[in-house]
Ligand binder design. Structure first.
Ligand SMILES: NC(=O)c1ccc[n+]([C@@H]2O[C@H](COP(=O)([O-])OP(=O)(O)OC[C@H]3O[C@@H](n4cnc5c(N)ncnc54)[C@H](O)[C@@H]3O)[C@@H](O)[C@H]2O)c1
Length: 275
């Protein structure tokens, strides 16, 4: 069971995909998991199935972009259990399309959920972890937080910010007993594309283009994340393709920008829907 046994863990976006897989894996390893999501029905199904399998899971329906409710959850957790060991700020959404077609809402919503979801979890949990002198914050960014992926620009903005925030907080927290890691997955087979909004992009054609061969399951992703957490890695990059892409970005950022322009050309030719 290792380091996670009997630990108190909050996981946002815990009803689906990576968050769900993290909750299931952590509960198998003996942690008590508090799953947070907006999707009450799915959240309760996941919490019940963990409990039925012999694990310990609680469900909390809330919107991570609302600081007051996130703070209340963290405070209630402290009151009830007297400690908070891990918070996985993982909930996220996407909007696919070109910046020229985005409404202001397409920028705002993604940044509210993805970036403020993480900021709120950090603002609520970090001072408590400093006070108790231990804790580990794990923020889910993306490969899109390490290289400039065109066609999901508000997502990229939110994920680059999460990478920067996490690295700076890791430096601040190191001598205060708090560990911080950022997770940057490549393609993971979750339902995220089903809930992603497509703006002037053909959803079906676009989904067909997602290369299945380079994606992995959320269960495998969760195990890789937890191995990174055990090793207290600063940046946990998930999937081989993501690791290679990040390497190319560091060796030759100009090449990545050139490749990005080629992918935009393909996007405009194959999946863009004109008026
Ligand atoms: N799937 C991938 O390929 C991939 C790649 C890189 C990064 N990520 C990131 O991983 C994280 C998890 O994504 P996933 O692929 O498991 O997606 P998912 O859609 O399966 O799960 C995301 C969960 O977050 C919840 N959520 C959305 N908005 C919320 C809000 N405001 N408050 C509370 N919960 C909310 C959803 O209800 C959902 O259950 C996200 O941050 C995503 O950006 C995913």
């Amino acid at each position: 069971m290792g380091i996670f046994k009997d630990k108190i863990d909050i996981i946002t976006g815990g009803a689906s995909g990576i968050g769900r897989a993290l909750g299931e894996e952590l509960s198998r390893r003996g942690a008590l998991v508090i799953l947070v999501d907006m999707n009450t029905k799915l959240l309760e199904e996941v919490a019940n199935s963990i409990t039925e399998a012999g694990g310990r899971a609680k469900a909390a329906t809330l919107d991570v972009s609302d600081y007051e409710v996130v703070k209340k959850l963290v405070d209630d957790t402290m009151t009830q259990y007297g400690r908070l060991d891990y918070i996985f700020n993982n909930a996220g959404i996407g909007v696919a399309g070109e910046a020229r077609d985005y409404s202001y809402e397409d920028w705002r919503k993604v940044i509210d959920v993805n970036l403020y979801g993480v900021v709120n979890g950090v603002a609520a949990a970090y001072p408590i972890m400093v006070k108790q002198d231990f804790g580990h914050i794990i923020n889910t960014a993306s490969l899109a937080g390490l290289l400039p992926s065109a066609g999901v620009i508000s997502y990229v903005a939110s994920k680059y910010a999460i990478v920067g925030l996490s690295n700076a907080l890791r430096v601040e927290g190191a001598d205060l007993g708090v560990k911080v890691s950022v997770v940057c997955p490549g393609l993971i087979r979750t339902p995220i594309l089903n809930t992603t909004k497509f703006v002037k992009i053909d959803r079906e054609k676009s989904l067909k283009m997602a290369p299945e061969a380079i994606s992995i399951t959320p269960e495998k992703c969760a195990r890789i994340i937890l191995r990174g957490v055990e090793r207290n890695k600063a940046t946990i990059v998930v999937t081989l393709t993501a690791k290679l892409s990040w390497l190319i970005q560091r060796i030759s950022p100009g090449l990545v920008l050139w490749m990005g322009r080629q992918s935009v050309k393909i996007m405009r030719k194959v999946v863009r829907v004109d008026d």
